[in-house]
Design a protein around this ligand. Structure first.
Ligand SMILES: [Mg+2]
Length: 391
């Protein structure tokens, strides 16, 4: 096993539902007048697809060992990601030992600094890193969580993200997180509608069920401060991603001004240990790295250690099995997110469906992470994919 080397790296694109879960058609709760940073422009308020949230599509990275074993991972990066993998990053993998995770990550990161650091390049680095973990697990016949030091609990507990926290409660989840629908540009009336939606849902789920709101970068410090105080009256557990990710100073101010007992969370659009160091220094309570975007598991291990030392929880954003194998190994990740990709958020469906086969889902809000080697999933051969570039 220790002699195994990497023979070839391949990158594919997939359109439609998959790792890029915004690449949807038709009506879906995830694109129903959700507040965004683009809501300052009224013509882009109704749909996130209208400003291009679905442009990237899914990237599939395959890493093949010299014995023919193939590991893979998926992320959001599409054709531009496929180009980066094939034309730039493959050189740091091919011919190398499969166990060279740290050196490969470091070379991918350092070599892309002149055009990378955040965003799509880190999504791509994440995809390559996760594919390597999948390959290593398959070669060792171990689940990825075993490679990370083993589980600290028997099963995962989940909250559900979607339009129907009341339905999430019936399905056995710990809590429910709804999108905020109205941005500051929609004025006093929008503020009132946002608060009414929370109060209405509180009435449906009762006092003790966790309710959270995801602002998807749409607010400013003044609005967020006034809103989080008003929302505290309705038992809001946390206010998520209130500000744009670059406004670290705003997050520090919001945390200082927020009422005790309502948590401030953010980080799904942050990447690397350095980005999260800046975020943790603002004092936010929960960081939410997306393992498909933040730099993969090699980087999430470092981000998580930093968060632990800052007294912050790590509750990874979405990402299905790629999150589950990490969350089960860390005490400062006490629960996980389940993204309800059902059109009306009324039923539990696999998050990356139909792209993956064997993708586990929570039952009664709980999941025992399968012991299948690697991340325990396979690509669905019936989903068409293309390899737009080779090297
Ligand atoms: Mg979010």
């Amino acid at each position: 096993m220790s002699q195994r080397t990497i023979r070839e790296v391949r990158a594919y694109t997939v359109r439609g539902k998959g790792a890029d879960y915004h690449d949807q058609e038709g009506a879906h709760w995830i694109d129903d007048h959700i507040a965004t940073p683009m809501a300052v422009y009224p013509e882009y308020r109704q749909s996130r697809r209208s400003f291009g949230l679905d442009v990237l599509g899914t990237l599939v990275v395959e890493v093949e060992a010299d014995d023919g074993t193939v590991g893979f991972a998926v992320t959001t990066a599409g054709e531009i990601g496929a180009w980066i993998v094939e034309k730039h990053l493959a050189r740091f993998l091919e011919g190398r030992a499969v166990t060279d995770l740290e050196r490969i990550w470091d070379q991918m990161y350092r070599s892309t600094l002149f055009y990378g650091r955040r965003g799509v390049v880190l999504n791509v680095i994440s995809g390559v890193d996760l594919a390597l973990y999948d390959l290593l697990g398959r070669l060792r016949q171990e689940p990825v969580y075993a490679l990370l030091g083993g589980p600290v609990r028997d099963e995962l507990q989940f909250y559900a993200t979607g339009a129907r926290p009341d339905r999430a409660k019936e399905l056995g989840f710990l809590g429910g997180k709804m999108p905020l629908h109205h941005a500051p540009g929609e004025g006093v009336e929008g503020f009132r509608k946002n608060l009414d939606a929370l109060a209405d849902m509180r009435g449906r789920v009762g006092e003790d069920f966790w309710l959270m709101l995801d602002c998807w970068m749409s607010l400013d410090v003044d609005y967020a401060t006034r809103f989080v105080h008003a929302a505290a009256e309705h038992g809001l557990k946390w206010l998520e991603e209130a500000l744009i990710p670059d406004d670290y100073w705003g997050y520090a101010q919001l945390k200082r001004q927020a009422p005790p007992g309502v948590l401030i969370s953010t980080g799904e659009h942050e990447a690397t240990r350095w980005g999260f160091r800046q975020l943790l220094e603002t004092g936010v309570d929960i960081i939410q790295p997306d393992v498909n975007w933040c730099g993969g598991i090699t980087e999430l291990i470092k981000i998580s250690a930093l968060a632990d030392a800052h007294g912050a929880l790590v509750v990874p954003h979405g990402s299905s099995v790629y999150s589950y194998h990490f969350v089960v190994t860390r005490t400062n990740s006490p629960f996980a997110e389940f993204l309800m990709m059902h059109e009306t958020a009324e039923e539990v469906v696999p998050m990356f469906s139909p792209l993956l086969l064997g993708e586990p889902v929570p039952v009664d809000g709980r999941l025992r992470v399968p012991e299948t080697p690697g991340f325990g999933v396979e690509l669905n051969p019936e989903v068409p994919r293309e390899r737009p570039y080779t090297h």
